[in-house]
Write a protein that binds this ligand. Sequence first.
Ligand code: GLN
Length: 254
Amino acid sequence: MKKILALVLALVLCLGCFAACGGNDADTNDGTEKEVLTMCTNATFPPYEYYDGDKIIGIDAEIAQAIADKLGMELVIEDMEFNSIISYVNANENAFGMAGMTVTEDRKKTVDFTTSYAKGIQSVIVKADSDIKSIDDLAGKKIGVQLSTTGDIYATDDFGADFVTQYNKATDCVLGLTKGDVDAVIIDNAPAQVFVQQNEGLVLLDAAYADEDYAIAVKKGDAELLEKLDTAITELIADGTVAKIVEKYIPSEN
Ligand code: GLN
């Protein structure tokens, strides 16, 4: 009997060691292990990714969870600067960028993108009493953007780097505007709507600065991961899951 007990104990210890040494695996409630899938994001971008207490929620977070569930993987969300997402994705296994990230020709040189799952619009936030009434009025004004975003790229191209202030966080762009450090913020429409709602005295210009497609970024050349994620997101779009998640965070008006 003692021998059997010792054997069982040894087996348990052995299994425990495997679990501890698993590295890329995560323990689950039912005692099985799943491979980790890491979503890299910048959680200052409501309603796509933002903090609710110490939890990151939002459209991207929920779609990512649905993808991980489909693939039988354990989702881990890593919050980082938007500017670091592409290099993190390229340096790590089973990692993808999902951050309201716009597909651009330039980014396509360094990462691969899945099918697009949402549309984005670059919008302009100003103070309610601002003399900026149109995109053309931005010429010569101080423009706040989030570093390395398409807002940053377009504003720098169109108005010149001297007129553009780059912030690490979307929320800091808005703070810069409310403090008067910049005259306008160019940012994606969905977070812009949230920031205008949260900050009295800010308004959105009634003009789109650019139309864009959001997609998931994968390590350049990782055809296997791209195929897995692309199949999953395509299915989630087709069965209405993505639309349902978007509707939950951005209810349609009727
Ligand atoms: N859509 C913009 C981009 O991809 C901004 C994304 C973001 O700030 N999270 O550059």
